[in-house]
Design a protein around this ligand. Sequence first.
Ligand code: BDR
Ligand code: CA
Length: 316
Amino acid sequence: KRKVILDCDPGHDDAMAMLMAIAAENIDLVAVTTSAGNQKPERTFANARKLLALAHREDIPVAMGAQRPLLRELIIAEDVHGKTGLDGADLPDPSVPPLSTSANDLIADILSKSTEPVTLVVTGPMTNAAIFLLSHPELKGKIAQISYMGGACFGGNITPQAEFNIYVDPEAAKIVVDSEIPTAMFGLDVTLKAQLFNEDIQYIETIGNPVAEVMANLLKFFNLTTTKPFLAAPDHVEGVHMHDPCAMAYIIDPSLFRIVSMHVDIDTDHGISAGSTVVDYDNVLGKSKNVDVAFEINLPKFRDLVFKSMAFYNKV
Ligand code: BDR
Ligand code: CA
C-alpha cells in the first residue's frame, strides 16, 4: 500500500477524490490536510471532517492549513461549490474533536516518522505544500511524488488562461513545480474529459449506501454549477467534470492516463495570464522536464473505478 496525504479544499470533486482514496486497496490514506480555496479555510476543514465521518474513517487525522494564499488575497469558488463548500447533500457531523495541529506540523510529523516516502495528492491551491517545502527542506526526500489537480496546457476556467487552483496561489504552485520532486499535473486538458453523465450519477445513486447517496446528491449540485464549455454544440452532452479525482485516480491506477513529461512554469505576474501554467509543449526552451502532464484519460476505466469506489461503501 502506498502512503498518501490528501491536501484538499472540499469541494464536491475533492470529496470524490477523498472517498476514492479510502476505497482504494493500494492506498493508505494517512492524513487529510485542508486548504483555503473553494471555500474559506474553516469550511473546507469542517467539510473534510464531515466526509470522514460519512465514510466511518474518523481515525484519519485532519489538519487545517494556511488561512490564505502566500502573497495574495483569497478567492473562493462559492458560485461553484455553494455557501458551505459542499452544497447539495446532508453530511453527518463529526464525532471526534477537531485537531489543533496545523497541516504543516501534521505533514512534518508523518514524514519524519515514516520509513517510506509518502505521496502528496493536492486538489486545491498549493499553499500548504509550498509552506511545507519552505519550512521543512530536510524532509523533501520523504515525499515520493506530488500529484496535483491544477493548471492547463491550453486554456483556463477562472480567467481565459488560468485554472482556479493555480490562480488562487500562483507563488505556491511555482514553489511546487520548481521543487525537483517528481510531480504530476492533472490540468483542465485532461480533467474536462473526466466526465460523469446523468446516467452515471443515477447509477451511483442506485448503488444504495449512504456514501454513494451523498455523492450522487453532491454530483447533481456540481453538475448544475459547473461551466459547460461545449454547450454551444446542440448535440453535445457535457457531463460533470471530475477534476480532483484524476489526481487521485492516477495514484490508484496510473494506466488510466496518457502522460507526457514537459517543462512547466507558473505565471506569477499580475497581468492577464496571471496564475496560468506555462507548459512548454514543444520543448522550445529545452529546459528540464519537471512535470508529468496528463492529457488523455481512459474514460470507461475511470468511470468503472468511480463506481467500484462507491460500491466499496456497501461493506462499510
Ligand atoms: C478545481 O477548482 C475547484 O473548484 C475544484 O475543486 C478543482 O480542484 C477545478 O478548477
Ligand atoms: Ca479542489
